[in-house]
Design a protein around this ligand. Structure first.
Ligand code: SAH
Length: 404
């Protein structure tokens, strides 16, 4: 997106093109591994320039790319070489610049014949961004919200389907942008190699949902979730003598080290005590004395084991629990979360709750065995964290304690 934006800025303000080279030199010296982004910009800009402007542009570009061809990093060298050849070929053969760079061109062409280079250059040639994609013609909402997320291997839930861009409705926006593309070339594009999770190429129609290896938080759109059917809704009768049926302490530990607000912690403590949690983990024991905590907790903390684990030590604590055969379960809306309706709690459960604002952070999510989410049917994005703990704990109790 950023590369595309820069391409468009340079093309509509060609007087700024001299800045591109300042930018190029800076990146080349300070962050050579990022130079490929600039090379992509150079390539697209060159494709759109008029013949005269192109000659001037390539005059500067070729020696710059020549530097990349000599860089130590394989990726930079490869890109430099591939795009040196591409730019060179844009000029007519008898142009003065071509003659000047002929020997370098020959040397690079030959080096690109080597097997390793050939394999990698095919990946560039198959990358839609350098081939099919046109920064001017494909400047549409369809490209931004459908094709780019799809081709970046973003989860299918995050794309907006193509159907939504069919009608050229009037958009009251400051920028002039079309809804859909005039051609369907991007439909044929496949996910570039660098974004693929497996080494196999996937045709667009075969892509279902990306196989995500690490879990990430999902900002859900509540109205996309379908309602459960009657069977899925669990009966809630026979709970009057629940207390009698809960004989022993549960093997349930609630981890609230990420929870900030004392009101929420007080409420969680009350739920933990009532349902018989083995222990409650919070980040600072001093919070128990807060007035807000006490108001919600109604002294339940006196009958409950509460321990302190600072949030920055949470990962260590969780790994220790894992080693002692506890299953780590996160309550969080992530793209891989299991619906609570279908979830079977293990007997020894450590339930990790997220922060009120930021949820469960990215460094903790991969440590968890699974994340569960409570289905939502309203417009509001998430439940209160205390409510979450109560619903999850209740579900655990139904599975492990109550015999109907
Ligand atoms: N991640 C949320 C904000 C956190 S809500 C967001 O940015 O939208 C605070 C915490 O409550 C979450 O981290 C999670 O532990 C819990 N929570 C809220 N709604 C939930 C749901 N539907 N399913 C599971 N956990 C939920």
């Amino acid at each position: 997106m950023k590369e595309w934006l820069l391409i468009r800025i340079y093309l509509s303000n060609q007087n700024l093109l001299s800045n591109l080279w300042i930018f190029f030199d800076k990146i080349c010296n300070e962050r050579p591994s990022s130079i490929n982004s600039i090379i992509g910009i150079i390539w697209h800009v060159s494709q759109q320039l008029s013949k005269e402007a192109l000659i001037e542009f390539i005059k500067i570009a070729l020696p710059k790319l020549g530097i990349c061809c000599m860089k130590q990093q394989f990726g930079v060298r490869l890109f430099g070489q591939i795009f040196f050849i591409k730019l060179y070929k844009l000029l007519g053969e008898d142009s003065d610049i071509c003659i000047e760079y002929l020997s370098l061109y020959k040397a690079i062409s030959e080096s690109l014949q080597c097997v390793n280079y050939q394999k990698n250059s095919i990946q560039v040639d198959e990358n839609f961004f350098y081939t099919i994609f046109n920064p001017i013609q494909h400047y549409t909402l369809e490209t931004i919200y459908h094709h780019l997320p799809r081709l970046s291997n973003v989860s299918i839930e995050e794309w907006i389907s193509k159907e939504n861009f069919k009608d050229q409705i009037f958009l009251n926006m400051a920028v002039n942008i079309k809804m859909s593309n005039d051609d369907n070339r991007l439909d044929q594009a496949i996910i570039p190699y660098s974004f693929q999770k497996s080494s196999e190429n996937t045709k667009p129609e075969e892509i279902e949902c990306s196989q995500i290896t690490t879990d990430i938080q999902k900002k859900i759109i509540p109205w996309k979730i379908t309602l459960p059917n009657d069977k899925e809704l669990t009966h809630m009768d026979n709970f009057s003598d629940l207390k009698n049926k809960i004989k022993n302490k549960q093997k349930m530990i609630i981890v609230a080290s990420l929870v900030d607000k004392s009101q929420n912690l007080g409420g969680i403590a009350r739920t933990c005590e009532i349902f018989g949690a083995k222990e409650l983990v919070i980040s600072n024991l001093k919070q128990i004395e807060d007035k807000a905590f006490q108001t919600l907790s109604v002294s339940s903390d006196k009958w409950l084991k509460i321990i302190e684990v600072k949030s920055f030590l949470l990962d260590k604590y969780l790994m220790e629990m894992k080693d002692c055969d506890w299953t780590l379960i996160g309550a969080e809306q992530t793209i891989n979360s299991v619906n609570l309706i279908n979830f079977k709690f293990p007997n020894q459960t450590v339930l990790v709750l997220g922060n009120e604002k930021n949820g469960i952070p990215a460094n903790i999510l991969p440590l968890l065995d699974v994340c569960i989410q409570i289905p939502q049917f309203g417009i509001t994005r998430s439940l209160n964290v205390h409510v979450t703990s109560a619903i999850c704990f209740w579900e655990y109790i139904k599975q492990h304690q109550i015999q109907y």
